[in-house]
Write a protein of this length. Structure first.
Length: 174
């Protein structure tokens, strides 16, 4: 039985929700899965495979994600691994792959890490769940990118079939 570690960096909870979905799917396939926030990561050496998911906030991944990767890159590279990014820009068909998503490309350039599997997933837009500052910043960004700006908007852009397919691919990655 594979021991899998799924780590997440999530601001408003969608990345964690995606990781919980993945954990459940892998457990249904017989894998032993541990799910943890990246800030509470257990000892990596005891796991056979490691998956990291990180959200975008105001155009950037959390600096803790980069710190974690820098600290553990040598070990990560010895195991089947993967990374996925969650953002609202990934709602757009022209920006929903690792090759076309600007945040994924920035992550790869900044981190120097080359995960064996990559994915990009759309996030969740819930203006009522944000504080006033985030709500205004995100509405402005959505206005610029021609997205919904109504302050009552709540739309989940996550393609769960895409998440399931990526999870299944990760389950068999060598």
């Amino acid at each position: 039985m594979n021991k899998t570690l799924i780590l997440f960096s999530s601001v408003h909870g969608q990345t964690r929700k995606i990781c919980e979905f993945m954990a459940k799917r892998l457990q249904q396939q017989g894998q032993d899965v541990t799910l943890a926030a990246i800030s509470e990561a257990p000892e990596l050496g005891e796991f056979d495979r490691i998956l990291i998911g990180a959200s975008i906030r105001h155009g950037k991944h959390n600096p803790a994600v980069y710190d974690f990767i820098r600290q553990h890159q040598a070990l990560l590279d010895t195991k089947p691994n993967g990374f996925f990014s969650v953002s609202l820009v990934a709602r757009k068909p022209a920006k929903n792959t690792p090759e076309t998503n600007p945040y994924m490309q920035a992550f790869l350039a900044k981190s120097g890490w080359r995960p064996k599997l990559l994915a990009v997933f759309g996030g969740n837009l819930n203006y009522q769940g944000y504080d006033a500052m985030d709500r205004n910043i995100i509405r402005f960004i959505m206005w610029i990118t021609k997205g919904p700006t109504d302050p009552n908007t709540c739309v989940e852009y996550t393609d769960w079939q895409k998440v399931a397919a990526f999870t299944d691919k990760f389950a068999t990655a060598a």
